[in-house]
Design a protein around this ligand. Sequence first.
Ligand SMILES: NC(=O)c1ccc[n+]([C@@H]2O[C@H](COP(=O)([O-])OP(=O)(O)OC[C@H]3O[C@@H](n4cnc5c(N)ncnc54)[C@H](OP(=O)(O)O)[C@@H]3O)[C@@H](O)[C@H]2O)c1
Length: 272
Amino acid sequence: MQTLTSPKSIVVVGAGKMGGAIIEGWLKQGVDPASIYVLDRNEDALGYYSGRGLNTFRDVADFPVGMSFEVFLLALKPQVIVQNLSEFNALISESTCLISVAAGVTCQSIQSMLPAVKQVVRVMPNTPSMIGKGVMVGYSDQKAQIESLTESLFQALGKFYWVEDETQMHAVTAISGSGPAYLFYFAECLVDAAQSFDLKPELAKALALETMIGASCLVESSSDEVSTLRENVTSPNGTTQAGLEALMDGEQFKEKVFACLKAAANRSVELS
Ligand SMILES: NC(=O)c1ccc[n+]([C@@H]2O[C@H](COP(=O)([O-])OP(=O)(O)OC[C@H]3O[C@@H](n4cnc5c(N)ncnc54)[C@H](OP(=O)(O)O)[C@@H]3O)[C@@H](O)[C@H]2O)c1
């Protein structure tokens, strides 16, 4: 993780789950709350960020006339963007770098809805960004102009990579954008299954979740492939082998994971 060179002014349009996770990450990295402007229609979000010293607005018309931003973070739902984006032209100047985290919305469609914007980058983040553990991928066809600013903003929130082909953002969205939800669901299943044994519920939950956390930390700290880490736990004819065989069910578990990523990537294509 790198130190963040803080832009002078950032407007975050849509401070929900993803916009909020990015704001949290930036604040943790020492970005001045007074340099962040939040535009959101949700009163709870506005109250929360106002209480933390950020500037909050419910409507574009509420911004001081002529105000524009170095960074414009677009974190609305794709469906909302298609209907409302043109109203944000007033917040953009020639030097504004627009960063969209919306799944499926192309750079070209953003530029066609916001003609004032000259620099657009798409970034697919994920919610662990709020604790500096995100993995994010960027795409821009104007990369040379916005490369260092984008890297500075997102390397502060975790690992950041570029792709050179915008269509690859569909796969990225399916894997890392949506990915935390798959792992949370696996954790939910593990907790439910653990609780079906005759253990105290708190113990069952702790065993299930701490195992997920410990295994993730081991992946991070070890130089071994994940397959080796799995093999290390799996003695021939032991309990782990019996459990894994039931989980894998031949190739069925793997096929489900493939189907999961394909469905998410296809949905990203539909939204574009
Ligand atoms: N969630 C993730 O893990 C994740 C991961 C990667 C990328 N993304 C992308 O991030 C974007 C936002 O997703 P999200 O999950 O953060 O959505 P979200 O939680 O619904 O946040 C969107 C926020 O924007 C507000 N809003 C809606 N319409 C508005 C408008 N016209 N003007 C001002 N504010 C408005 C919403 O208010 P209300 O609550 O009142 O509707 C909400 O506070 C999406 O494009 C998604 O593809 C999300």
